[in-house]
Design a protein around this ligand. Sequence first.
Ligand SMILES: *[C@@H]1O[C@H](CO)[C@@H](O)[C@H](O)[C@H]1NC(C)=O
Ligand SMILES: *[C@@H]1O[C@H](CO)[C@@H](O)[C@H](O)[C@H]1NC(C)=O
Ligand SMILES: *[C@@H]1O[C@H](CO)[C@@H](O)[C@H](O)[C@H]1NC(C)=O
Ligand SMILES: *[C@@H]1O[C@H](CO)[C@@H](O)[C@H](O)[C@H]1NC(C)=O
Ligand SMILES: *[C@@H]1O[C@H](CO)[C@@H](O)[C@H](O)[C@H]1NC(C)=O
Length: 426
Amino acid sequence: MKLIYILINLLLMLQSCSVYALQNHPLAILWGIDDKDVSEWLEFERYLIAIDDILRPILEEESFISSFGGTYINIFYGTITVNTVDFSKVDELLALPQINPYNNSLYFREANNSLSQLKNNFGEISFLSKLKHAKNLYILTDMEYNNIVLYIFDRNDNNSEFLDAVKPFNPTIFYLDEEETPQTIIRPRRDADNSKREIRTKLLNGDGLYNGYLCSAGFWAMSRDEPMPLYIITAGHCINLTDYRNDFYYVPWDWDWNATQSKLYLGPMIFHSENENPDFLVIQVDGEDVFPSYAIRNTDNDQYKEFIITNDAPVSSQGVHICKSGYTTHFTCGFVKGLNGIFIRKESYISDLIVTNLNAERGDSGGPVISFVSPQDLNSVVLHGIHVGGGGGLAVANSIETIFKELEEESDIRRLQDLVLYLGNS
Ligand SMILES: *[C@@H]1O[C@H](CO)[C@@H](O)[C@H](O)[C@H]1NC(C)=O
Ligand SMILES: *[C@@H]1O[C@H](CO)[C@@H](O)[C@H](O)[C@H]1NC(C)=O
Ligand SMILES: *[C@@H]1O[C@H](CO)[C@@H](O)[C@H](O)[C@H]1NC(C)=O
Ligand SMILES: *[C@@H]1O[C@H](CO)[C@@H](O)[C@H](O)[C@H]1NC(C)=O
Ligand SMILES: *[C@@H]1O[C@H](CO)[C@@H](O)[C@H](O)[C@H]1NC(C)=O
């Protein structure tokens, strides 16, 4: 009897150990599944994204844009939800040879707002947000709510003029009403210095950057034609406005601010976007103590310490997974809640944003926003953009396309106009 008892206990212990051991990959944690199932789930998500990529442009066509109200992917149901205003058009859609093979993956859900209505309402509401000086909120087209959603940080802000003006467009309104968590910057105690070091250190995307404020390194970039110098992109609001140089230093994760250890010098800021929309700045890396990388830091986990960036890409589906790496909260994942969103906080107004529900805090600003794309290689990721703000359970990112486009159009420095993501010297 006793032996059986011991055996059962041993079995239970083994089981609980293995439960922990089996959730290492960030997607296993996000989706609540075992590591061994991540490939299969990711493959399935890729499959749904591929269908959604076929479907979305069709739903934008003249014959459907007033009948359907956008799509989103739900990996847990294994379907693409298609908001449906006019069910008489469903058969016409399913009859299309590009769509018909996937009919079992589509779930047609009754909805009130068509895509043309949503686009119109979003345009009106974003216009009014400027005209009426809306304060401290997110504005996004959320396909799950089939509506324009306003997340308002603080109901004590006087937004009455704006809210009255948008009433005809009937947005869904949520109040986040939580303590102030402005996700900008933190001020650690010690000053930086740049005394020399012997060994060059690899600066990973997601590591900390310091110029008196603390932020995170988004990604390394290079000019298409000139291999040197290299650049690091981070959030624009990390700038010290009263410092004409803005020299940046490297701060690895878990940096001991009390130790007398000196920080490695990176270089000065050489570009800062006007109005911080998009919200980014460019550091020219002159320091010789660090070497570049195209890996994302996740060193909290022994099995998946680094993820390799294979490319950059836009996010186009809602409901899919998305992750970021940053100095404060390290590597976290969530889901895409909206695209082309707007974030208004204090003096800042940022548009064209990827809106997600991933966890981020002050100090994470600038960190890379990525997703996993290869079921065969769970260490490889594509880069979507950089984390630029958040609070109240949501986070926003500027896409890499908007960053490169801004540099192309607005930079006076020739070699910044054709900046590309650094992917090694291959
Ligand atoms: C969906 O596809 C299956 C198999 O391809 C087919 O049998 C079924 O009739 C289709 N349903 C519709 C509504 O087209
Ligand atoms: C559509 O609008 C009607 C009337 O406002 C409402 O009763 C219904 O619940 C709405 N349907 C959905 C799916 O939101
Ligand atoms: C809010 O602002 C409007 C106009 O800007 C003003 O008329 C109103 O009194 C203000 N409300 C509060 C509660 O301050
Ligand atoms: C910003 O720069 C000014 C001028 O160099 C400096 O005095 C100030 O301490 C800096 N602010 C922070 C937070 O480091
Ligand atoms: C650093 O020093 C402060 C006060 O001197 C102390 O409160 C804090 O715990 C120390 N941090 C570490 C990581 O030792």
